[in-house]
Design a protein around this ligand. Structure first.
Ligand SMILES: C[S@@+](CC[C@H](N)C(=O)[O-])C[C@H]1O[C@@H](n2cnc3c(N)ncnc32)[C@H](O)[C@@H]1O
Length: 459
């Protein structure tokens, strides 16, 4: 038996022993998943999926799973502040290759600084976790000292390191400052620190849905839940009856840009899980939903069966989708870096980078060419995605229009987006950021970052 497997066995033995101790397995899983996100760029939603997620996460009971997610979301949302506070609490930098130690310290600090967990429990469990792992056992004293100091001085430390820009990784900061300028980027960084509200789209009557629960009706038709309904989505009135579905306010905009589509043949060519497809079907269009992913298409079909809306589906690659007749309208909600959704998915700031943004922009350009094949003369394409980066939005459409003289931009008019006129660009495209739509409290403000352009094939 080699040295490696002996160390592994020791860890497995310690882990089995540890799991007897209340709360320890939660901290171990949180530290492990945080490392998988920031060191191995794995998605938070994938790791914490109830069916396909990390096996150690799936073994936890639902309450512990919720605590792991809460630790991870705060650890990512405030990663820069936590790093700065960690640096302020140690005399010397952490040794190189100290990733396991760093994640234990980050998860411990997250609980002490941002969560409603007794500090003493957070410290003790982090120290036990460090002691039980041969990679970190000699640093147990350091973990104890850092976390106790953070607990004693938390108010001062938080006041000292409260700049939201600390919590935006450098690559994203540079991209956003170059696009939106420093002031707007600071506002976006501040919005990223706040839990986004839950928004619903109604199948028929948004006013009636808003009146049936603690919620407000936004001027462009989205129903925004009040904070007190947190976490009880499926028990809200109308869920079982399919009266509404969860959809960020910005995500509801692209489908609205088609105007009256009742009776028209519409293809939604990157459709799953189907929030926008449902809008098109609810508006009376004859919708064909195309998606390359069978598992995501299954989610679309599950959603449609609850919503009792009609849809024709095609599982396959848009690039080889060859319908017998062209469509009146095509929606291409293309795969993207998702940097517009960081309020809801704070891992995106750490799992994506500029190279990924550029790679995805090429994919989008190819998909837009393919979507263009499917629309009839005089028909309309809406191209959209939830990236904040113009490389994936404005630049894709500019290159397409420069190449395809048989298409023109159909500018969006102010009356089409009441209350959200600030999102309409000078050229008539739509661009939202989380810093827009400020109203009342920070928790009830903002919307995801989105881009949408409406294009018409010349008759
Ligand atoms: C941003 S998501 C779509 C979200 C969806 N429109 C909604 O509102 O719920 C992008 C989708 O594109 C699909 N996709 C990616 N490449 C594709 C391709 N070549 N052909 C068809 N679908 C593709 C992915 O499987 C994914 O479901």
């Amino acid at each position: 038996m080699g040295l490696k497997s002996t160390a592994k066995q020791k860890r497995a033995f310690v882990q089995e022993f540890e799991d007897q101790r209340p709360g320890l397995a939660v901290r171990r899983v949180a530290a492990r998943l945080l490392s998988a996100i920031v060191d191995a760029r794995t998605s938070l939603d994938g790791l914490t999926d109830k069916v396909g997620g990390h096996p150690e996460f799936r073994r936890l009971d639902p309450r512990d799973q919720a605590l792991v997610r809460a630790i991870l979301v705060s650890a990512l949302r405030r990663r820069g502040t936590i790093s700065a506070i960690l640096d302020a609490c140690i005399d010397r930098p952490l040794p190189p290759r100290a990733a396991p130690l760093r994640t234990i310290l980050h998860t411990g600090l997250t609980q002490i600084l941002f969560l409603d967990v007794p500090d003493s429990a957070a410290v003790d469990l982090a120290v036990t976790l460090a002691s039980g792992d041969p990679r970190t056992d000699r640093f147990a004293g350091l973990v104890n000292a850092v976390l106790r100091r953070a607990s004693r001085e938390k108010d001062d430390l938080l006041a000292q390191f409260n700049d939201p820009m600390l919590n935006m990784p450098d690559w994203l900061k540079q991209r956003l400052i170059a696009t939106y300028g420093l002031e707007q980027t600071i506002q976006i960084a501040a919005a990223h620190q706040v839990q986004a509200p839950v928004d619903l789209t109604a199948r028929n009557d948004a006013a009636a849905v808003a009146a049936s629960m603690p919620a407000q009706l936004l001027p462009f038709g989205t129903v925004r839940l009040s904070a007190e309904t947190d976490g009880q989505i499926a028990s809200l009135p109308g869920f079982a009856e399919g009266e509404w579905w969860v959809q960020d306010a910005a995500a509801s905009l692209p489908a609205k840009l088609f105007g009256d589509i009742s009776g028209l043949k519409v293809a939604d060519v990157c459709a799953a899980p189907g929030g926008k497809t449902a809008q098109l079907a609810a508006a009376g269009a004859k919708v064909t939903a195309v998606d390359i992913s069978a598992s995501r298409m299954k989610r679309l079909l599950d959603n449609f069966s609850r919503l009792t809306l009609p849809v024709e589906t095609h599982i396959g690659d848009l690039r080889s989708f060859n319908p017998s007749e062209p469509f009146d309208a095509v929606l291409l909600d293309a795969p993207c870096s998702s940097t517009g959704t960081i309020r809801r998915h704070p891992d995106v700031a750490y799992t994506k980078d500029e190279a990924e943004v550029r790679k995805l922009a090429q994919v989008q350009a190819g998909l837009l060419r393919d979507a263009a094949r499917l629309v009839r003369n005089g028909g309309v394409i809406v191209f959209s995605n939830c990236s904040l980066d113009p490389v994936e939005g404005e630049e894709v459409v500019a290159a397409f229009l420069a190449e395809r003289r048989d298409f023109e931009r159909l500018p969006v008019q102010a009356h089409e987006l009441p209350g959200l006129e600030e999102a309409i660009c000078a050229n008539g495209d739509v661009r939202t950021t989380p810093a827009m739509f400020q109203r009342g409290t920070a928790e009830q403000s903002g919307l995801d970052g989105f881009y949408a352009a409406r294009l018409r094939r010349l008759a």
